[in-house]
Structure formats: structure tokens, C-alpha cells
Design a binder for this molecule. Structure first.
Ligand code: SIN
Length: 192
């Protein structure tokens, strides 16, 4: 189901008085940084894991055939690697629109490679949002992704670009790389 979280996110004023804010990106925000940023650095957040469990009706799928994109799910002891962007709070208007299909801004602690830390924001689509699809096997997620496309492009490109960007960051993610391998097997089976 389509949802629009942008109005709720606009009311999130935690960093409004700050000159700049760290934004943690773990999905398309890693490989498609089409917003103004001041600095960017590899970073991680703890006790969250990346999962292709969120439906995409507006970017990598349609209302009739939603795609699958990543969100974060809580997991004690887990670490999610991504990219942190230092941005002006004014940029959130653009980001709220981009992430409107179920994602809410959450305050989180970011950890950088030199072990320094900072408070920042992350967009998470929790399991109670109407576009949440939830768990499935890597093979089923790969099949789903291979069939979906939307206004921002094919769902397969989202997966492959994310996997490439994670490798460039030297980030480990067995879930993303497992789905990538399942996509490659599907392509091989289809002679692509
Ligand atoms: C993110 O990249 O941080 C949020 C999820 C997405 O837009 O793919």
C-alpha cells in the first residue's frame, strides 16, 4: 500500500537549529547522492541490519507491482556499514520527498572508521508501515527484484549498484551479496 511519511518527517525538528547534520545512508542514499552535501565519510550504525524487506511503489516498482528496497531492522550486536553525509537541515525537504514511501527519520549514533562518533539521522521504514513486505528467502527476493521496475529504474539496478557501492566501501553484507548471487544465477539460467 502507498503511504506518505513526508508530512510526519517535516514535523521532526530535532536538528532544525543546527547548521549541519550527519545523515546515515545505507541503501540508494549510498550510490545515488543527488542532493547537496558538505562532506561524506564511510560510517556504521550498531544494532541494525540492512534487509530488502520494504516495498517500493514509487521508485523501483509501481503500486500494482511494487519492487523491493532496503530498510533497517533491529538486531542486537549487528553492524550496518554505509555512508554518512554532512548536510544542511534545509536538504531534508528533498530527502523527505524521496523517502516518503514508509521511511521515518530517526536519530541515531554514527560511528566512523577512526572510532569517533556523532549523532545523526537515518531514514528507516519500520515493520508497521503499510509498504513493508517483510522477510522472504534470498531466492524469492531475487525473483521479485528481477520482475520489478519503476520511475527510478529497474529494481535489479538498485540491487547491483548497492552491492557494488558496498564493495567499494569494503563493507560486509551477506544478505545483499546473497541476493546478488541469486540474481546472477537467475540471469545465467535465463541465458542472459
Ligand atoms: C537509505 O539509502 O539510507 C534509505 C533507503 C533507500 O533510499 O534506499
Amino acid at each position: 500500500m502507498i503511504v506518505d511519511t513526508s508530512a510526519a518527517n517535516r514535523r521532526m525538528c530535532h536538528f532544525d537549529q543546527h547548521e549541519s547534520v550527519w545523515l546515515f545512508g545505507y541503501g540508494s542514499l549510498i550510490f545515488k547522492a543527488d542532493f547537496p552535501w558538505l562532506k561524506r565519510r564511510p560510517a556504521s550504525i550498531l544494532h541494525w541490519q540492512r534487509r530488502f524487506w520494504q516495498g517500493s511503489h514509487d521508485h523501483r516498482g509501481t503500486p500494482e507491482q511494487p519492487g523491493r528496497v532496503v530498510t533497517l531492522v533491529p538486531q542486537r550486536g549487528a553492524r550496518c556499514d554505509g555512508l554518512a553525509y554532512l548536510i544542511s537541515p534545509a536538504v531534508f525537504e528533498q530527502l523527505d520527498f524521496r523517502e516518503k514511501n514508509g521511511y521515518h527519520r530517526f536519530v541515531t549514533e554514527l560511528q566512523f572508521a577512526d572510532n569517533s562518533r556523532a549523532e545523526g539521522l537515518v531514514y528507516i521504514a519500520t515493520k508497521d508501515n503499510p509498504a513493508f513486505l517483510g522477510p522472504a528467502s534470498e531466492a524469492d527476493i531475487a525473483l521479485h527484484i528481477s520482475r520489478a521496475t519503476g520511475p527510478s529504474g529497474h529494481n535489479v539496478d538498485y540491487l547491483l549498484e548497492l552491492a557494488t557501492a558496498l564493495r567499494e566501501l569494503d563493507a560486509q553484507d551477506t544478505h545483499v551479496f546473497g541476493i546478488e548471487a541469486a540474481i546472477e544465477s537467475l540471469r545465467a539460467a535465463n541465458g542472459a
